[in-house]
Design a protein around this ligand. Structure first.
Ligand SMILES: Cc1ncc(COP(=O)(O)O)c(C=O)c1O
Length: 485
């Protein structure tokens, strides 16, 4: 092999925390990839390069060894170290156009959507953002103690994969809690612990929908569910909700929906609640049409005028209701834990799909949540939340009465962590959001939650991240940009 004469010099930085051998290796590798050291080039003997760069010979030998292990160079005993002949020049001197990754059809549909990951986030001074938890209320001391309980290094919990369907004590705890508080009828085996409700919707869409299938949804409604169903090829059939929730009687005669996605206990985001006659009619429709109902019970624990309403699932004796709950609102959203109660025939396919998607939710946090429920902290925490959030909701309603009465309409159901304000039909929603932001108040456009076009002008106000004084001040400033009618 010919020894080509090239001026090989390195730029080593002794103040850098990266070891010198790694710097040497990386720079030589870069030169090889860029063609600076062509195939067949004989690297200088380690002693020579070490002397030239003022570094130890071992350092150079370590770098050569790493290059050899990765196939960039070949070492011939007695003959030297050569750049491998088959190393292709991955980077040529000509500028390549940026790589535009070809996406699958699913990927292209996702790319066309605005999702949580791509939504712009600017935080206003007073931000009525939805989905925040008020961190002061969370019992950190108890949570820390429960997590620490499971943090011993030799615990089998940490050294093995957990159960895909969920940590058994948590499945039992959730089944018990749902029976006590939500009137859900199920065995622990029907409960699967999920990484948030969003994951369950994704798995259900993939398991139950075929391209072109119809899905009945509420409008306004939960837009991240809309998006999921759509990227999975579904056609949405939206029905406008009223104070009594989803208008079952308006389901078109020809509708053959495979899924119905509803929020019966607290309609999202408008407010209101599915009436008993409609609950019964919906169950009947699903039975007659072999459709599943997904009951998204995302915040039903947060009811401020007494006991939360029982779940629709408890009325279903035919296995058509899939019940969905999340810890995002009542513990904290970054926990990424929720639960689904499946009709028995769906449990096995759901768990198999979950095994493929993520092998199960993290065991450590599941164990802590199980104890949190079993030791009574959860239900105590819910009582604190109801009090604290109930007071904030009151502050919001009082401020609305004081500053914008007659200019907005909202549901009176005392529940949840947000209020949807409907504006006069002539109000320019986007302009109001913009002007409020200019005054330091973050409120959110209602249009993305509505499938009816044009959407009635509305804005969403989440109050769970603000205290009463901020809420009052925020509404006072908001009132200055909502026109008198
Ligand atoms: C109506 C509704 N359903 C479900 C969820 C899903 O919650 P997660 O995926 O955090 O469990 C949310 C979150 O904000 C929601 O607003």
């Amino acid at each position: 092999m010919k020894h080509k004469k090239l001026n090989l010099s390195l730029k080593l930085d002794r103040t850098n925390s990266t070891p010198l051998y790694l710097q040497t290796y990386r720079q030589l590798r870069g030169m090889i990839l860029q063609g600076g050291l062509p195939p067949g080039y004989c690297l200088p003997p380690s002693r020579q390069l070490a002397r030239q760069e003022g570094i130890g010979r071992i350092t150079v030998m370590q770098a050569y060894k790493q290059l050899q292990a990765e196939g960039f160079v070949i070492s011939r005993p007695g003959a030297g170290t050569y750049v491998a002949e088959d190393v292709t020049r991955l980077l040529s001197s000509t500028v390549k156009p940026p790589f535009d990754p070809p996406l699958s059809d699913w990927g292209k549909r996702v790319e066309d959507q605005e999702t949580e990951g791509t939504r712009g986030k600017t935080r206003s001074e007073i931000d009525f953002g939805f989905g925040r938890s008020f961190s002061h209320i969370f019992p950190y001391d108890i949570w820390r103690r429960l997590l620490a309980r499971y943090l011993s290094t030799d615990d089998i919990m940490l050294s093995r994969y957990g159960s895909v369907a969920g940590f058994d004590p948590l499945r039992k705890a959730v089944a018990g809690y749902l029976a006590r508080q939500r009137g859900v009828i199920c065995t622990p085996e029907q409960v699967v612990i999920i990484s948030g409700a969003q994951q369950a919707l994704d798995i259900l869409a993939r398991l139950l929908l075929t391209t072109g299938d119809e899905v009945l949804v509420e409008t306004p409604g939960y837009r991240d569910a809309f998006t999921l169903f759509q990227v999975n090829g579904a056609t949405l059939v939206p029905l406008s909700v009223d104070d009594n929730g989803f208008p079952v009687e308006q389901i078109p005669e020809r509708c053959r929906a495979r899924l119905i996605f509803v929020t019966p206990s607290h309609q999202f985001p408008r407010g209101g609640m599915l009436s008993l006659p409609r609950r019964l009619a919906l169950l009947e429709w699903s039975q007659q049409h072999d459709a599943f109902i997904i009951e998204d019970d995302y915040d039903s624990e947060l009811r401020y005028d007494g006991r939360p309403l029982s779940a629709l699932q408890g009325l279903d004796d035919s296995g058509h209701v899939i019940y969905l709950g999340t810890f995002s609102k009542v513990l904290f959203p970054a926990l990424r834990l929720g639960y689904i109660v499946l009709p028995p025939p769906l449990t096995s396919p759901f768990v198999s799909a979950k095994a493929l998607v993520d092998r199960g939710a993290p065991t450590l946090t599941q164990a802590a949540v199980a104890d949190f429920i079993d030791e009574g902290h959860f239900e105590r925490h819910l009582r604190h939340l109801r009090k604290a959030y109930g007071e904030r909701r009151q502050a919001l309603l009082l401020a609305l009465e004081t500053y914008v009465q007659g200019r907005v309409f909202y549901s009176s159901v005392p529940a949840g962590l947000h209020v949807m304000l409907y504006l006069h039909p002539s109000c320019p929603e986007a302009e109001i959001v913009r002007q409020a932001a200019a005054g330091g108040v973050g409120v959110y456009a209602g249009a993305p939650f509505h499938l009816q076009k044009p959407a009635p002008p509305s804005i969403l106000l989440g109050f769970s991240g603000l205290d009463a004084a901020q809420i009052t001040e925020g509404v006072k400033r908001l009132a200055t940009v909502i026109p008198e009618i």
